[in-house]
Each structure stands twice: as structure tokens, then as C-alpha cells.
Design a protein. Structure first.
Length: 380
């Protein structure tokens, strides 16, 4: 049973005698705390408090804490403005996340874009309208395709945040292989050739040859004894060693972050870069791992369910060698993000290094094997 209990503070001469008086009145006592010789704290039912008037002549009796439903009502009353703000914020967030603020049709043909936008608007898909369900979107898509079957081959309506992105493919006659342009493969930049992956055309350069930007590496003009016998569309990939000079700064003092082992799960409202945790205990320094529940891509506000880990930040001083190693790791990581499966860093060399305002400034020379393919149409 969920009882409405209260803690009362009883002070006066021999306050412990009140315990016997309460028992004589069949008033249940759920907890007793002796504070000092003239002060005790008792936990009783709230309804029994009104039967203590005769004792208030002898003792000073004061309610100091509520439990049960009265505690809940007290907390709600105390935090009413916060709760109202949270309710309004979540309501506005739900409304905003279910409102469309932009409709974008992706196609090169303006006429096709205008046609699709007009049809979408006629079917209730437009700025500042509420989002449609998946079933409604599918029905609208089929309706537009049926109406414009001679113009449109394929249509996709995708909801991304508060935006609809519509991709459309025009119904056209595809060109055959014979219509492919006759072309060469040329070097996209100055490089040393490191490898080939050629499907058609004649290779006119060797591995480890140096080529300048625009030099023909694979030709589509097939010759025999200097006489042109056949022209094809050269196709494939050439890999070359290219060179970059990179300058990077790296601090000699960094924050060394460690986990304390304390963690908690909490709902969080975020507005711009501010975090509002819906909890009563806050970590001074925290690492967050969240799951977004509601988000709005136009207004920077969203609701998330987070796991927060308490962290300690300690300033750590690096040696010059350690800072150099960390800077090189950072540069390699940035370059590798841009490289494909068969592309890689060949070598990294230090050119210059000096200190500047508690930082090192490092100049690097980097060799990279990357795709240097570029096509050039044969017009003669």
C-alpha cells in the first residue's frame, strides 16, 4: 500500500515521552530518530497528524518531510515551471520534427523538376505541411508515376529530417556501346606511374615512368606500325605516386582523459550547444553516448537518451618527439580517410620542425599512391 507518511520534528522537555502517548492513541510510528536529548524525529501517517493538537501544548511539533503521493505532489508543485517548460519544449519539438521545411527534387532538367514539384504540391507535399506516412508517400509516388509514365521512369520520395528529397529518373532511350565517346586516359596530375587496371585501350607508358598532368597514359587510338587501325573508348584506372607538402601544428600540452567508473542514464534536451539534463545529479566532466529520440534539422533542438560517463581531465606535457609522432598520426589519419581501397601512403618525411607558443609546427613531405585517372575525348 502506498502510504502518505510524514516526518515530524518534536522538541521540548523529555520528547521521547511522546512515543508512549502516540502508542496509547494507536498511532503507528514507522521510524524514530534521536537527534539530541531534547529533539527527536518521528515518521507517522499524515492523517494521524491532525490528532496531535493536544500534544502541541507540551511540545513544539513541525512537519519537515513528506512521503508517498504528497511527496510527488510537492515535487510537482516545486518544479511546475520546469515541467511545463519540458512539456512545451517536447511538444514544439514533436511538431517541428513532423513539419516539412523544404522539398528538393534532384534532376538536371528544370522542366522535370517543376513538374514533380507541382504534382507533389497538389498531393499535399509542400513546405510547412505535416509529414506524410510511408503508405501515403507510396500512394502519391504511384499516382505521379502513372500520370507521367511517358516522361518518368522512376521516382523516390525520401524523408531526411525535416526535408523531403525527391530523386527522379527521366524515361530516355539509353545509348548503346557504339555511342560511347572515343577517349584516352590521361594523367590527372604530375606523378610516377605505380600501376594499371585497364579494361580497354592501349597502354603507352611504363610502370615507374614520370608523367605530367595531361600526358596520355592509355590511348583509345589503336595503331599498328604507326597506322591507326581502330579507335575505342579507353577505360580503366591508373595509379600514380604523387607528392604533398603539409604543415601541421600540434600542442605540447594536452588533456589526458580517464574514466572514473561512474556512469548514469538520463534524458537530455539540447538547444544549440547547451545541454539540459533531466536529472538531479550532474557530473563535472562528462563523456556522452546518446540515442536521439526526437530531432529537428532546422532548429538546433532535440531530445536524447544518454549514457553519461564521468571523466577526469589531467593536463599532460608531451616531449617534442611525442608531439611529432602524434602530429604525423593525425596527418596520416586525415589522408587515409580520403583514399580508396587500392590507394595508400608510401612514405612520410619530416622537412622542418620548430616550437611556437607551446606548440610544435611540423612540415612534412608525403608520398601517396592514388588514382590519377582522367579521361580526354579524341576529337580528330
Amino acid at each position: 500500500m502506498f502510504l502518505n507518511l510524514i516526518d515530524i520534528k518534536v522538541s521540548g522537555r523529555n520528547p521521547e515521552k511522546i512515543i508512549k502517548k502516540l502508542k496509547d492513541k494507536n498511532i503507528d510510528i514507522y521510524n524514530i530518530k534521536y537527534v539530541k536529548y531534547n529533539l527527536i524525529i518521528l515518521r507517522i501517517k499524515k492523517e494521524d497528524y491532525n490528532n496531535l493538537d493536544y500534544l502541541k501544548v507540551l511540545y513544539d511539533i513541525e512537519i519537515i518531510e513528506f512521503y508517498g503521493f504528497d511527496k510527488i505532489k510537492y515535487l510537482i508543485k516545486k518544479n511546475i515551471y520546469l515541467l511545463i517548460s519540458i512539456f512545451i519544449s517536447i511538444s514544439v519539438l514533436i511538431l517541428l520534427t513532423n513539419t516539412i521545411f523544404d522539398v528538393s527534387v534532384i534532376h538536371n532538367n528544370k522542366s522535370i523538376r517543376d513538374t514533380i514539384l507541382r504534382e507533389l504540391k497538389n498531393n499535399g507535399i509542400d513546405k510547412y505541411h505535416l509529414k506524410k506516412s510511408y503508405k501515403e508517400l507510396d500512394s502519391i509516388k504511384k499516382k505521379i508515376l502513372d500520370k507521367h509514365s511517358n516522361e518518368i521512369e522512376w521516382l523516390e520520395i525520401k524523408s531526411v529530417g525535416v526535408k523531403y528529397i525527391v530523386r527522379v529518373e527521366e524515361r530516355i532511350i539509353k545509348k548503346g556501346k557504339d555511342d560511347a565517346p572515343i577517349r584516352n586516359i590521361v594523367a590527372k596530375k604530375d606523378a610516377i606511374i605505380r600501376g594499371f587496371d585497364i579494361k580497354s585501350g592501349e597502354i603507352v607508358k611504363n610502370k615507374f615512368d614520370f608523367v605530367r598532368k595531361g600526358d596520355v597514359v592509355v590511348t583509345g587510338d589503336i595503331k599498328l606500325y604507326e597506322e591507326s587501325k581502330k579507335r575505342v573508348s579507353a577505360d580503366g584506372v591508373i595509379y600514380g605516386e604523387v607528392w604533398y607538402k603539409v604543415t601541421i601544428e600540434y600542442p605540447l600540452k594536452i588533456n589526458d582523459i580517464t574514466l572514473t567508473g561512474n556512469k548514469k542514464k538520463v534524458y537530455t534536451i539540447r538547444f544549440f550547444n547547451k545541454y539540459f539534463d533531466l536529472s538531479f545529479r550532474h557530473f563535472k566532466n562528462v563523456s556522452r553516448k546518446d540515442k536521439i529520440i526526437l530531432k529537428n534539422n532546422i532548429f538546433p533542438i532535440y531530445l536524447a537518451y544518454e549514457t553519461q560517463y564521468e571523466i577526469k581531465k589531467l593536463e599532460k606535457t608531451l616531449s617534442k618527439k611525442q608531439a611529432e609522432d602524434e602530429a604525423i598520426k593525425q596527418v596520416k589519419k586525415m589522408i587515409n580517410k580520403k583514399l580508396g581501397e587500392k590507394e595508400y601512403i608510401i612514405d612520410v618525411k619530416k622537412l622542418k620542425v620548430h616550437e611556437n607558443n607551446s606548440k610544435i609546427v611540423l612540415e612534412l613531405f608525403i608520398n601517396v599512391c592514388e588514382d590519377i585517372t582522367q579521361y580526354s575525348e579524341i576529337t580528330e
